[in-house]
Ligand binder design. Structure first.
Ligand code: PAF
Length: 280
């Protein structure tokens, strides 16, 4: 496994492979867990070369303490990637990616950016779009892999690729869960023991919401979910929304031809956890 810190070294290494071999790319912010490794394994099956980037992107954080406290476990990350037979790791500095200009591009994602996370994390998706576009330009992957835990991010990246005509296939991968149902996330390692024990409740509520949706066609589910969190001292519900998977607009009345998904964001202390489930 080769590790590069500069764009020039990485590009020089990948240059001979471009348009001859499939390059699979898994962008990450490090603090890797088995969810990331499942993306690497899928990329390994579908490509001749797999590149993983580890870069904590400052422009996508709208909360300074979240950025400062984002877990950094580089030695463990490299060990996991080596074991997963990753070929190339790219670990750039902030200057390497942004030069002097640590700012986001302003994107238009046809309104996808205004829903859910967009309402609570202003500017977040401009930051994600900026860094992913820069990384795609450096790595020039054939296929890029993203987890469905960040479903809105996945849809936004697909939109950015179409709008900017970027030659990459964006592949969404199922959410990887702990055995108790908690969606894997780098932020989970910051939970206290009490918060960690309380957090599987999020997935439990999503599963129950799904069966309510199937049996009762959406009526009263949002109110029911809000009530469930009233008795959870460790968890504070930020939002629960049922939305159209494609345009992410909140469901008003049910349309049989639309695929719906339930989305949730919950605070465990200062740690913000998100999750989602397909309802169809
Ligand atoms: O999902 C993430 O880890 C990040 O948002 C990404 C896609 C690596 C961009 O910084």
């Amino acid at each position: 496994m080769l590790v590069f810190k500069t764009k020039s070294e990485l590009k020089e290494h990948l240059q001979p492979a471009i348009s001859k071999k499939n390059i699979g790319f898994v962008p990450t912010m490090g603090a890797l867990h088995q969810g990331h490794i499942s993306l690497v394994k899928k990329a390994k099956q579908e490509n001749e070369i797999v590149v993983v980037s580890i870069f904590v992107n400052p422009t996508q954080f709208n909360n300074a303490s979240d950025l400062t406290n984002y877990p950094k476990t580089i030695d463990a990350d490299l060990k996991m990637l080596e074991e997963a037979n990753c070929d190339v790791v790219f670990i750039p500095s902030v200057e390497e990616i942004y030069d002097e200009n640590v700012n986001s591009e302003n994107f238009e994602f046809d309104g996808l950016e205004k829903e859910m996370e967009g309402k609570f994390r202003p500017g977040h998706f401009d930051g994600v779009g900026t860094v992913v576009k820069k990384l795609f330009e450096i790595v020039r992957p054939t296929n890029a892999y993203f987890g469905e835990k960040d479903f809105q991010q996945l849809q936004i990246i697909k939109k950015m690729v179409v709008k900017n005509n970027l030659p990459v296939n964006v592949i969404g991968c199922s959410i990887f869960r702990e055995s108790d149902g908690l969606a894997m996330s780098s932020r989970n390692m910051r939970l206290t023991q009490e918060q960690r024990e309380a957090s599987p409740f999020i997935h439990k509520v999503l599963l129950e919401a799904k069966s309510l949706f199937i049996n009762e066609k959406g009526n009263g589910i949002c109110k029911w979910v809000t009530e469930q969190f009233e008795n959870q001292p460790e968890l504070e519900l930020e939002y629960f929304i049922i939305a159209d998977e494609e345009n992410l607009k909140e469901m008003k009345t049910i349309n049989e031809n639309v695929k719906y998904r339930a989305f949730i964001a919950v605070f465990a202390g200062e740690i913000r956890l998100i999750d989602n489930i397909s309802l169809t």
